[in-house]
Design a protein around this ligand. Structure first.
Ligand code: HEM
Length: 320
């Protein structure tokens, strides 16, 4: 075989072999280096959800909380050490994000089939997709090729992840800061069709807001969430009362009937500019699924570390 005789051809060959994609992610990134990646992850996610359906929600949320803090770089997975404080104890995460043991199980299974190849950041992206699919939601091809960060930021986690007290304009600007549109924001919020929230995050909404179906609040929520701060703070209620473990469009139907659990949820249907989109998702799961998939892909594109930046962690909980 004749060897290429110019430096661009060598550069292209070098990049092909090393998988340097010039900052771009691609769906076939591990096709050669880890052909069994997808079934390996799907198997562990499937068993975890079979054991506890809520785990699918927790795994989906991990990806969101990873991507919103300095990009999808696995930073949320780093444990604190005596010299380093990670993101796990930031306000939106503390006593709240879960699923780290499942990510550990996935990482060990993946290391067995292709050691040192697949980043924790990519594992989070595939795991989020597999969780949505397992609970009845849409499927999509996940873009891959992210590397893992060597650091994390408690402060950025506190600042960049929107709190449930947010109003529509706060929400819009937090997403805009990540390059996501208002439509992306509404579609992604549909993730609240699965999973649970703690009383401390919806107490004000059920006792003090007026834009909530009063009989729903009285019968379904007040009994699990005492009025007094500090009592029953960790009691749980489903974000979607109707079908809490099915990924469908009933979150949007709830909003239209003033049954959002979080203040921030009901902000999406409260007489403002996003009402019409919420209505259209409430009447078409096809429209919701299609916009959700586009928005998940966009969220997965937030500031990835690629090529020679970052590393592939051996253990998702610590830098190599
Ligand atoms: C729009 C801004 C958002 C706000 C203010 C918000 C806020 C929250 C809060 C307060 C909880 C309950 C946490 C607890 O009580 O411990 C929660 C749960 C959850 N969030 Fe969000 N969230 C937002 C967007 C998203 C997005 C974009 C996704 C994913 C694409 C997502 C996925 C989830 C899931 C699945 C749960 C349930 C987790 C579980 O049961 O373990 N959220 N969110």
């Amino acid at each position: 075989m004749a060897l290429p005789n110019n430096k661009f051809a060598y550069l292209a060959l070098f990049c092909f072999l090393l998988g340097c994609t010039n900052g771009q992610l691609s769906t076939n990134y591990y096709s050669y280096s880890c052909p069994n990646l997808f079934p390996t992850i799907k198997h562990v996610v499937g068993s975890a959800i079979a054991k506890e359906a809520r785990m699918g929600a927790s795994l989906l949320r991990l990806f969101f909380h990873d991507c919103f803090v300095n990009g999808c770089d696995g930073s949320i997975l780093l444990d604190d050490t005596p010299t380093f404080t990670g993101e796990k104890t930031a306000k939106p995460n503390n006593n709240s994000v879960r699923g780290f043991e499942v990510i550990d199980q996935i990482k060990s299974a993946v290391e067995k089939v292709c050691p040192g190849i697949v980043s924790c950041a990519d594992i989070l992206a595939i795991t989020a997709r597999d969780s949505v699919v397992k609970l009845g939601g849409p499927n999509w091809d996940v873009k891959l090729g992210r590397k893992d960060s060597k650091t994390a930021s408690l402060q950025d986690a506190n600042n960049d992840i929107p709190p449930p007290t947010s109003n529509l304009s706060n929400l819009t600007s937090k997403y805009a800061a990540k390059g996501l549109s208002t439509q992306d924001m509404v579609a992604l919020s549909g993730a609240h069709t699965i999973g649970q929230a703690r009383c401390t995050n919806f107490r004000d909404h059920i006792y003090n807001d007026t834009n909530i179906d009063a009989s729903f609040a009285r019968t379904a929520l007040l009994p699990v969430c005492p009025k007094v701060n500090g009592s029953g703070d960790n009691n749980l209620a489903p974000l979607d009362f109707h079908t809490p473990t099915t990924f469908d469009n009933s979150y949007f139907k709830n909003l239209v009937s003033m049954r959002g659990l979080l203040h921030s949820d009901q902000e999406l249907f409260n007489g403002g500019s996003t009402d019409s989109l919420v209505k259209s998702y409430s009447s078409s799961s096809t429209a919701f699924f299609s916009d959700f998939v586009s928005a998940m892909i966009k969220m997965g594109d937030i500031s990835p570390l690629t090529g020679l930046n970052g590393e592939v962690r051996k253990n998702c909980r610590r830098v190599n």
